[in-house]
Design a protein around this ligand. Structure first.
Ligand code: IPE
Ligand code: IPE
Ligand code: MG
Length: 244
């Protein structure tokens, strides 16, 4: 277990666990933005705006402390069911975030991948994504942002890709390699904020042996101290993969 010693301003030494080769990939279901805003008497869209700022802070921290891959669930294939004004606001926040990434990409020690069915995007948004995906390629770490993503749709897409390659029977490795996450691999831990105890169609195949971490905290409230606690919690678990 990797230990990292840090001295707080009050000189109290704190030992923090840091991710190592046993904890390469962390994934987040960023839930609770709407409730966070409602609690403050604000429209849900405001929660998404603050949630985007939390995403930036958490993504940068995770790459700083050494995660090889971070995958976040930003918009699901089911989120289209929401009122048009909320969907429009989310797309606008995505557009602004892409501009911010173009400007501030050097703050992230990772390159960027947008995973999901991107064919729904306007050509302008798609062009911005293509551009952002060329940035930071000197960093081997990856930040996957899932938009219009659903685990079932991803599996159907993977099977269709394999069939188009002429395969008539497939192995588990074939499927893993045809998923959007082929580069990052399976997450070691999936974190869900917002208090609900479900996966909501996220990384269904990849979650086979992921550790699950649920917190009642709403996404905009997630802090870097919470990430330290999540890392500590991960190293307290015993992964058996069906063995003893
Ligand atoms: C998660 O927050 C962000 C998206 C699904 C886009 P929600 O919008 O689901 O917030 P709650 O769960 O309603 O509070
Ligand atoms: C999951 O949150 C999707 C994202 C965080 C992008 P939802 O709020 O859509 O999930 P449900 O509807 O509560 O299952
Ligand atoms: Mg929600």
């Amino acid at each position: 277990m990797p230990l990292f010693k840090k001295t707080k301003p009050d000189e109290t030494p704190v030992e923090k666990l840091r991710p190592d080769e046993h904890f390469k990939h962390i994934a987040f279901i960023m839930d609770g933005n709407g409730r966070w805003a409602k609690k403050r008497g604000m429209p849900r869209e405001y929660g998404h705006k603050v949630g985007a700022a939390t995403f930036k802070k958490i993504a940068i921290y995770c790459s700083d402390i050494g995660f090889q891959a971070v995958t976040v669930y930003a918009f699901s294939t089911e989120n289209w069911k929401r009122p048009k004004h909320e969907v429009d606001a989310l797309m606008m926040i995505l557009d602004q975030y892409l501009d911010e990434l173009k400007r501030d990409h050097e703050q992230y020690k990772s390159h960027f991948r947008f995973i999901g069915d991107l064919s729904f995007l306007t050509p302008e948004l798609k062009a911005k994504i293509d551009e952002v995906e060329t940035l930071n390629m000197h960093h081997p770490q990856v930040l996957n942002v899932a938009i219009n993503y659903g685990g079932r749709a991803e599996l159907a897409h993977a099977v269709n890709t394999l069939m188009a390659e002429g395969k008539t029977s497939v192995t588990e490795d074939d499927i893993s390699g045809a998923l959007y996450t082929a580069e990052a691999g399976d997450p070691d831990m999936i974190v869900r904020t917002g208090g609900d105890l479900r996966i909501s169609n996220f990384l269904l195949w990849q979650a086979a042996y992921a550790e699950l971490y649920f917190t009642d905290k709403l996404w905009p409230d997630l802090s870097t101290d919470d990430i330290d606690e999540i890392v500590r919690d991960f190293y307290s678990r015993k992964r058996r993969y069906g063995g003893l």
